[in-house]
Design a protein around this ligand. Structure first.
Ligand code: ZN
Ligand code: ZN
Length: 239
């Protein structure tokens, strides 16, 4: 199945070749919504001219690990210098931590807002649920936009059973779930995903936050999906 999200990267924190896991969607012509903005995401946004003709920039943040927020300050500073960008929102449930992080980084302008408060803006319906990711405050998100309904796990060691149920009842189109072969108690082992998703529906489960190529091959061999990278062929990160 085709992914409703465009992925700028699908890697885990140390996976340089696949880049930080981050994706975007455009609920309308003037709006771009990004999910997470790790260390190497800012560069990809600008190399792909993703902010051209955009008036509303929204960044959903799952949690404060640097592979998810590392280049967010640069993105926000750059957006503040672009005359076409009128509104910048950072949607998260870790607003105090985000405020402090942005303050330390020089206080780029952004409207910090919780998911519930933001939901309904620019044609994006969303809700957040707590994720379990070690001691880090982390969120997973349900989205409804452009006729697509999907769930995005972010980093988590637990599978949200409501999301599983909704997928099985055809009330979600697909799930984006982090996956790994070794979870170290803070990530989701592929064996856990195998237990809750029978083979017939695994093509609706996109594995993200992938540690290495062997893991990716393993997930595909078990019938799970993995997202393609947006414009991969046009990006030469060595330039
Ligand atoms: Zn991560
Ligand atoms: Zn993390």
């Amino acid at each position: 199945m085709k992914s409703p999200l465009n992925f700028l990267g699908t890697g885990a924190c140390f996976n340089i070749s696949k880049g930080n896991t981050s994706a975007f969607f455009k609920p309308n012509e003037k709006t771009i919504a990004l999910i997470d903005c790790g260390e190497n995401i800012y560069e990809k946004i600008f190399k792909n001219n993703l902010l051209t003709n955009i008036e509303n920039l929204v960044v959903f943040v799952t949690h404060m690990h640097s592979d998810h927020v590392g280049s967010l300050p640069s993105l926000l500073f750059a957006a503040s210098f672009m005359s076409n960008i009128k509104n910048v929102s950072v949607v998260c449930e870790c607003i105090d931590e985000m405020k402090l992080f942005l303050k330390i980084c020089g206080n780029p302008k952004a409207n910090l807002i919780s998911c519930n408060e933001f939901s309904g803006t620019y044609g994006i319906k969303c809700s957040s649920v707590p994720a379990k990711h070690g001691k880090m405050k982390a969120s997973s998100y349900f989205f409804e936009t452009n006729g697509n309904k999907f769930y995005y796990s972010g980093d988590t060691s637990e599978i949200n059973l409501e999301a599983v149920k909704l997928l099985k009842e055809h009330k979600l189109d697909c799930i984006f779930h982090e996956a790994t072969s070794i979870g170290y108690g803070i990530h989701t082992e592929i064996s856990k995903l195998e237990k809750v998703f029978e083979p017939a529906i695994r093509n609706k489960v996109f594995c993200i936050h992938i540690s290495n190529d062997n893991d990716e091959k393993l997930f595909i061999s078990k019938g799970f999906n993995v997202p393609c990278h947006f414009f991969t062929k046009n990006i030469n990160l060595s330039q």
